[in-house]
Design a protein around this ligand. Structure first.
Ligand SMILES: C[S@@+](CC[C@H](N)C(=O)[O-])C[C@H]1O[C@@H](n2cnc3c(N)ncnc32)[C@H](O)[C@@H]1O
Length: 344
């Protein structure tokens, strides 16, 4: 039913990821060499103001699924390939200062964002950026915001949202009226609001529970406010603009009954607990894994599989192919938990 099915004209074309997810580099020198090559070794960042705490509801907070503790890997294990050592060291410093483990990420896509990062910081060189981190309390947040790509929009990927509306959401609602739905790496919130609007088309929102998390506090603030530029709304289904938004001064705001049904939290999915196993009916984790290291991705899928309730759904990005025991592919980007499984 999913494969090759033509989506209705109601959902217009969508934008795609701007970064090539297949671009991987090759290993470079050993750890001692990379230490020697690291021109910024010894610099201490003082201004790590990235908020990094999961604020799940208490019922979901207790127990299980911490990611396995991994020894900090040396720089060369980041597989920087053509990325220069200055760029590799720069990204690594920023990530560590902000409380993220850079070894979880593929370096090449991050390094390609350095020019955008320097522009956002209004400096021209890596050295100037590093100096800025010593003096500006907001510079580190700005750097992380520009290095971690947050591309998103409402109803991004017409095929997936068609299947969510026609099959996944009706299936979930036929089993329970109070589903738990989680958008991981939700960026500025358009993805989760889109799902909430689909659910609202079936039943009153007060019964469902929606959570959106992202490691960038700046993105979560935008999600919480729910104000969007018209360009983020280009793929809205017919009638949704009138039904689910209010307009003021050229910006669109998600209507209060949708906004108040959704909870947001700043959370690093790679280091936080996922809560009670089997708690979630629907997890969306789209366009994050493409930026992650292979081992990290494998662990992430296993943890998400464990977090889903049997029969629950995992929705991923176009270039992402979860492999975890108990997960079965249902269609493009749609996976289903077939049985209870332990993460490790
Ligand atoms: C390309 S956006 C995807 C947005 C949305 N899921 C979509 O597909 O439209 C990737 C998001 O992953 C977030 N991210 C990166 N590392 C993360 C981590 N360790 N924990 C949580 N979010 C993370 C980034 O901040 C960014 O907002």
């Amino acid at each position: 039913m999913f494969e090759g099915e033509k989506a209705p004209g109601k959902f217009p074309a969508i934008q795609t990821e701007s970064i090539d997810p297949t671009a991987a580099g090759s290993p470079v020198a050993d750890s001692h060499d990379s230490e020697k090559l690291d021109p910024f070794r010894g610099i201490v960042f003082k201004d790590s103001n990235i908020e990094n705490s999961a604020k799940f509801p208490p019922a979901l907070k207790h127990s299980i699924t911490r990611p396995p503790i991994r020894k900090r890997r040396p720089l060369e294990r980041l597989r920087p390939g053509p990325v220069g050592c200055h760029e590799a060291a720069f990204v690594t410093k920023i990530f560590r200062a902000a409380g993220f483990d850079p070894a979880n990420y593929r370096l090449a896509p991050l390094a390609r964002r350095i020019p955008a990062c320097l522009r956002a910081l209004r400096v021209e060189t890596l050295e100037e950026a590093l100096d800025l981190f010593q003096s500006s309390p907001t510079a580190l947040n700005t750097a992380i915001h520009s290095l971690l790509i947050g591309t998103t929009s409402f109803f991004r990927d017409e095929t997936v949202f068609h299947q969510l509306r026609e099959q996944v959401i009706p299936d979930i609602l036929s089993r329970r009226k109070d589903p738990k739905i989680w958008s991981i790496a939700c960026s500025e919130g358009a993805e989760l609001y889109s799902v909430a609007m689909l659910v609202a088309d079936y039943q009153p929102l007060c019964e469902a529970q929606f959570y959106g998390t992202d490691c960038r506090s700046s993105a979560i603030e935008i999600a919480h406010r729910g104000h969007y530029h018209p360009s983020a709304l280009e793929s809205l289904p017919t009638g949704f603009l009138e039904k689910y938004f209010t307009q003021e001064h050229g910006a669109f705001t998600v209507s209060p009954h949708v906004r108040t049904s959704v909870g947001w939290a700043v959370s690093d999915i790679l280091s936080e607990q996922l809560g009670t196993p089997g708690a979630w009916d629907l997890i969306l984790c789209r366009n994050l894994a493409i930026y992650l290291d292979e081992t990290t991705v494998k662990n992430l899928w296993a943890r998400l599989a464990a977090a889903l309730t049997p029969g629950g759904f995992l929705i991923v990005g176009k270039a992402e192919k979860p492999t975890a025991s108990g997960l079965q592919r249902e269609g493009p980007c749609i996976y289903r938990k077939t049985s209870f499984c332990h993460p490790f």
